[in-house]
Design a protein around this ligand. Structure first.
Ligand code: NAD
Length: 290
């Protein structure tokens, strides 16, 4: 297939490489990132999108997506798939999909889970929103870049699933970290804490697969001085998106709200920016009850 790929950063770069490796003709555009081997360079986003059977975007946020979409939608061939894999607000995803559908394109919002490791290994999970037809067009590409693609519903449903998942993730990470900090002060050995919780009702992905305590459980960013991994800044972005969505639909999410506030403090007022989101554990270690 002829594919345009816009946004070749930490995630987009390896995703585009996997499409090249699978034999697709990939043309890329990015305002700063290096172009992966085998990806031809376009001079603009519109030039990248013109004449392609599918265009994939992997951009930082919803306002950049809206700007890029306004540029590429008129340039794209009718019937082409417009697959946005960025994590953005549900409103931007729906607005872009409406414009794309009105122009005769097949829009899919398809944010991902799995991080840079998953993007490189081609093992991402895609959560997709859009029509059956649009999802069917995008599915073969999801199968190359990932190991699972769930069609969640109409446009915006992929973003909705992503922010709900990541709200759980942020809340659970904080819970896991504060429980470790409490266990420390109670004199409980961290390995024993892991052995019990990972096989008891407190188990979770953050404890079992991404343990925030160094030297305990499987290898995780905690074992690499909390280098991301998944940066606290991105966790904050996703928690903010969840709270923006909660406000828009009048949903009561007190734990999500508190998690967003804690990550805001960690990123903006403390030393959390650029550190993995599991570095909440050393943060809690240093603190006493207020
Ligand atoms: P990144 O900053 O590394 O990549 C974004 C790229 O977009 C950059 O290379 C930037 O130059 C480019 N860009 C910005 N504006 C542009 C424009 N107008 N035209 C063309 N290119 C432009 O970010 P990333 O880590 O690759 O994340 C991309 C998206 O994926 C984000 O929405 C993020 O929330 C989401 N995501 C990231 C991870 C992760 O672990 N990094 C995991 C899941 C989802």
């Amino acid at each position: 297939m002829k594919i345009g790929f816009i946004g070749l950063g930490n995630m987009g770069g390896p995703m585009a490489s996997n499409l090249v490796e699978a034999g697709h003709l990939v043309t890329g555009f990015d305002i700063s990132a290096p172009y992966p081997e085998g990806v031809s360079r376009a001079e603009s986003a519109a030039a990248c999108a013109a004449g392609q059977e599918a265009v994939i975007t992997m951009l930082p946020n919803g306002s950049i997506l809206r700007t890029v979409a306004a540029e590429i939608i008129p340039a794209m061939d009718k019937g082409a798939a417009f697959i946005d894999c960025s994590t953005v607000d549900v409103e931007s995803a729906r607005a872009v999909a409406t414009d794309a559908a009105a122009a005769g394109l097949a829009p899919v919002d398809a944010p991902v889970s799995g991080g840079v490791g998953g993007a490189t290994a081609g093992t991402l999970t895609f959560m997709a929103g859009g029509s059956e037809d649009a999802f069917a067009k995008a599915k073969p590409l999801f199968d190359i870049m990932g190991q699972k693609a769930v069609h969640c519903g109409e446009s915006g449903a992929g973003q909705a699933a992503k922010i709900c998942n990541n709200m759980i993730l942020g809340i659970t990470m904080i819970g896991t970290c504060e429980a470790f900090a409490l266990a420390d002060k109670l004199g409980l050995d961290r390995q024993k804490m892991f052995d019990v919780v990972s096989t008891s009702s407190g188990y979770s992905w953050t404890m079992n697969a991404y343990c925030p305590a160094p030297g305990v459980g499987p290898q995780s960013p905690a074992d690499n001085d909390y280098k991301p991994g998944f940066a606290s800044d991105l966790m904050l972005k996703d928690l903010r998106l969840s709270q923006q969505a909660a406000e828009a639909v009048d949903a009561d999410t007190p734990m999500g709200q508190r998690a967003a506030e804690l990550y805001r403090i960690f990123v903006e007022d403390e030393d959390g920016s650029g550190r993995d989101f599991s570095a909440m554990l050393p943060r809690f270690e240093k603190r006493s009850r207020e």
